[in-house]
Write a protein that binds this ligand. Sequence first.
Ligand code: GLP
Length: 242
Amino acid sequence: MITTPESQASNGMTTITRTINYVKDYDTLSEMAANIVRKEINRSSTSILGLPTGGTPIGMYEKLVKDKSIDWRRVKTFNLDEYVGIDPNHPESYRNFMARHFHNHVNIPKDYIHFPDPMCPEKYDDLIAHSGGIDLLVMGMGSNGHVAFNEPGTDMLSETHITDLKEQTIKDNSRFFNSIDEVPTQAVTMGLRTILGAQKILLLVTGKKKLKVLQKAIWKPDYNIPVSIINNHRKVEILYCD
Ligand code: GLP
């Protein structure tokens, strides 16, 4: 693994050095991500995790569910987002994605598993706060720099809300559906402020195309590249592989 200081970003009074950890391959990225989650649960067995969907974190989930030494009984999870208007039983609903890749394979009590509800998005931030706040939030990044489903232009102060998906996002996510027409056009997502409220953030990024977007966000933070919020948080770890 080569660790390269990428840039310095100005965050009001403080200057934060953002480091991208360039790792040799996807398996290594997944193992390192799983280790960070393990470390968090070893630190506190009652940890509260913010969890992502998408192709990128699948390897991390595979590593975690294989590790039978982790005791998940007191861990709570809050998923970052969910499609709106999708049948919860649809294989590509994020609830189903998580069940398939993670929740069905670990002993987290059902009532400790949370997804934002499109009927009352505003309650999600309260629920997170009442649970004690997110200790570690893992996230991926869309090709247009979206995080969770916070699309370009999302307000930095946003909390959990319903959003219209950008054309690019619908196109990118259509690979999981039979046709592009099946992809929901709306989602409910943690807001940028919700994400920034986590104690620690782990960002997983793969592919040279996304690297360019990430580097731009680090060098020149911009509302139109939502992942730029990493410049506004003190504890962000970034793992990248080609
Ligand atoms: C979706 C999710 C995001 C995820 C993104 C990237 O849009 N809402 O949370 O980061 O996809 O997914 P992938 O890892 O498949 O590129």
